[in-house]
Design a protein around this ligand. Structure first.
Ligand code: NAD
Ligand code: IPM
Ligand code: MN
Length: 366
């Protein structure tokens, strides 16, 4: 197959991890006789420096024409003093909105060699397998007004949802649950927020269309606690934009590192954007030690979800699993009797495993 992939490395460790993902995709293209064409564009701080905008028109145009988009990470101290609408993060929020990517799918599954890497007890982590379905283009992030009110010495952010927006993300969660263990937990703050009360109503209504899916509701504060005391109770979690942002970083603890988590930002049809859950990690940027696995697994998710390349995606996941089983890991993780390697070495080892592995052995098939 012939595919046009836009890459947006962004800032901090974004470029380091994007290099790793592109090398893995090039190896897959070669092994499976595909043609992947990569075109790199600016976003975030890099785009502010180069084009005086966190999201240049040329970037939006290229993403809209692409078969899929891969994004590294944006942000950094250099741009922290800029006003809200000029910050690097505005570029990321903007491209999600421009492409209509209302659903952010964040799978959280611990690889067996990393069960010790989590600060949580192994028996709590083992067997947990969660998908957070985060609403991505509404809620507190996008509602207006969002501003300072100098005459009142006050400030306002707005949590705004249309019923249709809630319905489409809840539908996505139910549909995805059909491909998994058929359980949806809706997380809200319905004891306080009117938006959550409408959210709950919509979940109840929609659940009638999905009688095969079990549904429950949890308040977000309790959900935060249960995620780390009994993560195995969850299958699909569907939640509002900001709750999903916070809960997914928390849930990453199950996997041993935030650097492990991939994500897919998608709409009902059309171009998808694939991005790790973590940020630009300024504290380790430029040191060559960033964990590339969240980015590489995002690339594998792109192959599976945007291109229907199941076997190719399995190959990548199996190569990652094998590499961890061999004990190789970046410094953010720990493996008993393992070997600490940098980003480039980790990538080389994955490429070596890609060349020799038989992906039919992968747990991704179980
Ligand atoms: P962060 O996710 O960048 O880092 C949090 C911690 O996790 C840091 O200690 C970091 O070193 C570690 N970490 C993250 N990814 C890692 C990886 N791949 N390998 C090893 N360690 C990793 O969050 P932060 O420090 O709060 O934010 C830094 C900047 O990133 C901010 O400007 C923020 O706005 C931005 N950010 C961007 C995205 C994105 O682009 N998707 C996501 C989150 C934060
Ligand atoms: C994420 C990030 C972004 C978000 C920021 C950088 C805008 O934290 O992708 O999780 O909050 O969506
Ligand atoms: Mn986040």
């Amino acid at each position: 197959m012939n595919k046009q992939i836009v890459i947006l490395p962004g800032d901090g460790i974004g470029k380091e991890i994007m290099d790793a993902a592109v090398r893995v995709l090039q190896a897959i293209a070669e092994n499976f006789n595909h043609q992947f064409t990569f075109s790199e564009h600016l976003i975030g701080g890099a785009a502010i420096d180069g084009e005086q905008s966190p999201l240049p028109e040329t970037t939006i145009h290229a993403c809209k024409k692409a078969d899929a988009v891969l994004l590294g990470a944006v942000g950094g101290e250099k741009w922290d003093a800029l006003p809200g609408d000029k910050r690097p993060e505005k570029g990321l929020l903007g491209i999600r909105k421009e492409l209509g990517l209302f659903a952010n799918l964040r799978p959280i599954k611990a690889f067996t060699p990393l069960l010790h890497a989590s600060p949580l007890k192994e028996e709590i982590v083992a067997g947990s397998n969660i998908l957070i379905v985060r609403e991505l283009t509404g809620g507190l992030y996008f509602g207006e007004p969002k501003k300072r009110i100098p005459e009142e010495n006050a400030v306002v952010d707005t949590l705004y949802y249309t019923r249709t927006e809630i319905e489409q993300i809840v539908d996505k969660a139910f549909q995805t649950a059909r491909t998994r263990k058929k359980r949806v937990t809706s997380v809200d703050k319905a004891n306080v927020l009117e938006s959550s009360r409408m959210w709950r109503e919509v979940v109840e209504e929609k659940s009638k269309q999905y009688p095969d899916i079990a549904v429950d509701h949890l308040l977000v504060d309790a959900a935060a606690m249960k995620l780390i005391t009994n993560p195995k109770q969850f299958d699909v979690i569907v939640t509002e934009n900001m709750f999903g942002d916070i809960l997914s970083d928390e849930a990453s603890v199950l996997t041993g590192s935030l650097g492990m988590l991939p994500s897919a930002s998608v709409r009902t049809d059309g171009v998808g954007l694939y991005e790790p859950v973590h940020g630009s990690a300024p504290d380790i940027a430029g040191k060559g030690i960033a964990n590339p696995l969240g980015m590489i697994l995002s690339a594998s998710s792109m192959l599976r979800q945007s291109f229907g390349m199941e076997q190719e995606a399995d190959e990548i996941e199996y190569a990652v699993e094998t590499t961890l089983e061999q004990g190789y890991h970046t410094p953010d993780l720990s493996i008993k009797n393992g070997t600490v390697v940098g980003t480039k070495q980790m990538t080389e080892i994955i490429l070596g495993n890609l060349a020799t592995n038989d992906a039919s052995q992968c747990i991704c098939n179980s």
